[in-house]
Design a protein around this ligand. Structure first.
Ligand code: PMP
Length: 405
């Protein structure tokens, strides 16, 4: 009977958001959720998104019909060019197929479902320890076995490259290796380009399959090509791979759920046929799960991605977001160093993207919440976007206090 359904735990992140909202304290600080905030701690509708919205609203031909199963073609093709590069040989050689998804989460899910169905053997999916909490749940949902590779070094607060390499070498051949394309969530630590090259060699030796999760292109560094470097490098090395792409952060389209799943095959002579078959299977999976994806966010992104002037304006908006975050990293580090807070704080500026893994303990995180009304996840991750010129000093002082206690 229905009474047998056990109570599930609340999602930690969304629980944190609710607790923050309920807190009446005027100086409370929200460093939990990974959504961009402007310098006034307010959500930011990108000016270029406002423009695209106005263009769409003025279009008398626009209606609310269903999109095709694979989504809005002008969006998915522009999305492929965005991640792979407009001059990508994989696109020119028709070795790619793209399906519009329910943002990045839906793209990870569709990829997971496809691999669970069609990847030979029952491969284990390896992801970084730690990783975005949803990875584990998504791959569990499709019953693929999961394991982790070391990633974050507690001592250096940087990459545990040796540990990562060893685990990837020790994994059974043809495992699926999930990689964050840039701005690793939650640590903010990315491999260098030299390290990516070594990772590619290892994956090749072991015939592993790379699955890139790309949720922060352009948002991390402000440079779209730089943030796509690892993916493009793997493609240039002839890997067969897939990519889950989110437009939540880089367009600020969080709730509109604009995303894309891409599959890229290797350079075999019949690659186009292979891609055709993959695309036919993805369509069936998509049809049975969501029928067809939501239109609005994809239309906004497509309008911008396909218009050179709007695209240039979007890049400006990206630089504004990433620039503000980098300024906050510098401000936080220098405040902590000024206060001579025990510990080293260079990792705050070394790490990139939305998040910083502060190294604060669970106990210190709890204290920050109790004494200073600062809300952050218990693993010590902070969303840099929650800091601004009005609260960075308050936060630094609160950290200083709890670290000394
Ligand atoms: N992957 C990673 C690593 C992320 O950080 C996120 C956003 N938190 C996502 C995927 C997907 O987010 P969304 O479904 O909102 O696009």
């Amino acid at each position: 009977s229905a009474e047998a359904v056990p109570q599930a735990p609340e999602d930690p992140l969304f629980g944190l958001m609710a607790a923050y909202r309920a807190d009446p304290f005027d100086k409370k600080v929200d460093l939990g959720i990974g959504a961009y905030r402007d310098n006034n701690a307010k959500p930011w509708v990108l000016p270029v998104v406002k423009k695209a919205d106005a263009i769409l609203r003025d279009d008398p031909a626009l209606n609310h019909e269903y999109l095709p199963i694979a989504g809005l073609a002008s969006f998915t093709s522009a999305a492929a060019k965005l991640i792979l590069g407009a001059d990508s040989p994989a696109i020119a050689e028709q070795r790619t197929t793209s399906v519009q998804t329910i943002s990045g989460t839906g793209a990870v899910h569709l990829g997971a479902l496809f691999l669970a169905r069609f990847y030979p053997g029952k491969p284990t999916v390896y992801f970084s320890n730690p990783t975005w909490a949803n990875h584990n749940q998504i791959f569990n949902n499709v019953a693929l076995p999961v394991a982790t590779y070391p990633y974050f070094s507690k001592s250096t607060k940087g990459l545990d490259f040796m540990g990562m390499k060893k685990a990837i070498s020790d994994a059974p051949d043809r495992s699926i290796i999930l990689l964050h394309a840039c701005a690793h969530n939650p640590t903010g630590v990315d491999p260098t380009q030299e390290q990516w090259k070594e990772i590619a060699v290892l994956l090749r030796e072991k015939s592993h399959f790379p699955f890139f999760d790309c949720a922060y292109q352009g948002f991390a560094s402000g440079d779209l090509a730089k943030d796509a470097w690892a993916v493009r490098y793997f493609v240039s090395q002839g890997f067969e791979l897939c990519i889950a792409q989110s437009f939540a952060k880089n367009f600020g389209l969080y709730g509109e759920r604009a995303g894309c799943f891409h599959f890229v095959t290797g350079r075999a002579t019949d690659a186009t046929k292979t891609v055709g078959r993959i695309s036919s299977q993805l369509a069936i999976l998509q049809r049975s799960e969501i029928s067809n994806p939501p239109a609005y966010g994809a239309r906004i992104a497509s309008t911008v991605l396909n218009d050179p002037a709007l695209f240039a304006e979007w890049e400006e908006n990206l630089r504004e977001m990433s620039g503000r975050i980098i300024t906050m990293r510098k401000a936080l580090r220098s405040k902590l160093e000024e206060l001579e807070t025990p510990g080293s704080w260079n990792h705050i500026t070394d790490q990139i993207g939305m998040f910083s893994f502060t190294g604060l303990s669970e106990r210190e995180v709890q204290k920050l919440r109790d004494v200073a009304h600062v809300y952050m996840t218990k693993n010590g991750r902070i969303s840099m976007a929650g800091l601004n010129t009005g609260n960075v000093e308050y936060f630094a002082k609160a950290v200083d206090r709890v670290v000394r206690e």
